[in-house]
Write a protein that binds this ligand. Sequence first.
Ligand code: SF4
Length: 218
Amino acid sequence: MEQFKHHVSMHKDGTYSVGVSIDQGYMTPDDFAVLSELAKKYEVTSLMATTAKKINFMDVKEANVNPLWEDLEQTFGDRLCFPKGKVIVCPGSKFCKFATPGKDNHAMGREVERISKAHEAGKVKVGVSCCLLGCAMPRVRDLGILATAKGWMLTVGGNGGSKPGVGEVIAQDLTEEELLALLDKVYQYLQENKDGKERSIRTIERLGIDHLKAAVLG
Ligand code: SF4
């Protein structure tokens, strides 16, 4: 099996899905045209928009995986996102009439990706929403970030999958600086306490949310 440049998932028929995150999923019409041309070039017959706002090339042949990544890197450069986890950002401050005034959840999403890349916390799923309606699913992500009129709110421990659960609010009414400082502590906590490749939600379950709160809120 080839060594791939970035993470890909193998399907039951031996093809691979290559998931591409560009500018947190908010792309131009030209971006879509490029993705379409690359799909044709590499004989991909199916593209899928994922819940994490990625575009998945669904049936890439093994020999085409790395050439496709190379074309994507050459075309999109720094606009390609590779956070160690999945950061979902709602349309919020860019597009939504319900977005909390004065809050930029897209900028916040980029800050979360920066903090994620600065740590080895494993796969941490994050949702960043610009109001309490939570269209980025913050309450059921490992970390949920929500903008309110009084400031930013942080939830921890939400989860979908086979053991669904709602995250607990561990801090609210935070300034942007306070939230970023707290996120840095949470990623540091997860990095220091995870057991091997354990998912962050499993670390929180194993040690208990009070253990995390004592470490990051003290
Ligand atoms: S969470 Fe709020 S601001 Fe974001 S898209 Fe949904 S309604 Fe709009």
